[in-house]
Design a protein around this ligand. Structure first.
Ligand code: GDP
Ligand code: MG
Length: 365
């Protein structure tokens, strides 16, 4: 087994749409070796054995972390080692134990042994497991002393801490699903939200599967977004959706319904909204009933503020939408109000998490 995963493995990640993967190597600490020494004191020519035992190696421990939704953090470091135990010393000194290494993973992560393909563990919420136990410390020569064996010269080495190549797999559940008519601007908005951070945009599946992205609210807050054009376009053509895809989308918590305020085909935005709602209702009651944020898009096409406001107000009235709760107006292209949308989404998903500044920020309709 190679000590380090070869770099090319990262490049050969399968282009699976909804599975987030990472390959890492974990290594538990080695036990410290036992020590050989004898007591040396004046007038005691043949002192007894005093070599201490080695310390235990640190273990690699995995903790299921609530609120973590991707394996993102494991893309950048491939090797994780717990500390070795210290060797034993003279005068019956035991070596110190190595420190454990704790890795936080999202609940729902499947942990495979990458060498054998065996599933080692299916990580459940709040669980803590020892994935690689630290090696036991070796015995110092004092350990071997007995009434008939007064001068043992042997000690044992510490046990090696095991090393494992792990494959981590997490089924990504999008927090937010985008829907809307073709050309409403879903892809553009997804790109605007996920390209805010170039590191995020480089994340393999963003490029492999354009319909999924991660928006970074800040360093610790991320939202997984899925574009679901397949739902409506597939439904309209009578193509039907893959069951797995539908089930996935049904597990999103909030829908973003994107409406083009000024469709190039001259269609009526209110009609477009109703068409999608109706298709949704026919397709999946679960999706129809889900919390939906209506995002009025392409405001840059209506530069006149008064005209814009009038249009938004009349649309809300006609569709019986609450301006302050259900609607936000943005431009995916110029990114106007896109940060505010991200804040709104975060609050929809995490109502109790008060990110500084957001609660007081006015929400523009
Ligand atoms: P999708 O079919 O819903 O994914 O829509 P796209 O993101 O592909 O956008 C459809 C068209 O609308 C493209 O020509 C985009 O450049 C344009 N578009 C998207 N967002 C905006 C916007 O905010 N303002 C303007 N003016 N055009 C936009
Ligand atoms: Mg698109």
């Amino acid at each position: 087994m190679p000590l380090r995963p070869r770099p090319h493995r990262r490049a050969s990640l399968p282009s699976c749409v909804f599975v987030d993967r990472a390959l890492i190597t974990v290594k538990a600490g080695d036990g410290g070796s036992g020590h050989v020494s004898f007591r040396r004191e004046k007038f005691i020519p043949k002192g007894g054995p005093t070599g201490g035992n080695g310390g235990r190696g640190g273990s690699v421990i995995i903790v299921a972390e609530e609120g973590m939704s991707t394996l993102y953090d494991y893309r950048f470091q491939l090797r994780y080692e717990a500390q070795n135990g210290e060797p034993g010393g003279a005068k019956q000194c035991s070596g110190g134990d190595g420190k454990d290494l704790v890795l936080k993973l999202p609940a729902g992560t499947l942990i495979f042994n990458n060498a054998t393909g065996e599933l080692i563990h299916d990580l459940r919420n709040k669980e803590t497991i020892t994935i690689a136990a630290g090696g036991k410390g070796g015995y110092g020569n004092e350990h071997f002393k007995s009434s008939t064996y007064q001068t043992p010269r042997e000690s044992t080495p510490g046990e090696k801490g095991p090393e494992l190549n792990l494959r981590l797999e997490l089924k990504l559940i999008a927090d937010v699903g985008f829907l809307g008519k073709p050309n409403a601007g879903k892809s553009t908005l997804l790109a605007a939200l996920t390209r805010a951070n170039p590191k995020i945009a480089d994340y393999p599946f963003t490029t492999l599967s354009p319909q999924l992205g991660i928006a970074e609210v800040d360093a610790h807050r991320r939202i997984v977004l899925a574009d679901i054009p397949g739902l409506i376009e597939g439904a309209a053509k009578g193509a039907g959706l893959g069951l797995e895809f539908l089930r996935h989308v049904e597990r999103t918590r909030v829908l973003v319904h994107l409406i083009d305020l000024q469709p190039a085909d001259g269609s009526d935005p209110a009609d477009n909204y109703r068409v999608i709602r109706e298709e949704l209702r026919q397709h999946s009651q679960a999706l129809y009933d889900k919390r939906e944020l209506v995002v009025l898009n392409k405001i840059d096409l209506i530069p006149d503020k008064k005209e814009r406001e009038k249009l938004i107000k009349s649309l809300c009235r006609e569709l019986e939408l609450r301006m302050d709760r259900d609607v936000i107006a943005i431009s995916g292209a110029t990114r106007e109000n896109v940060p505010a949308l991200l804040g709104r989404l975060w609050r929809e998903l995490n109502p109790t998490d008060d990110v500084e500044g957001w609660k007081s920020a006015p929400i523009e309709a």
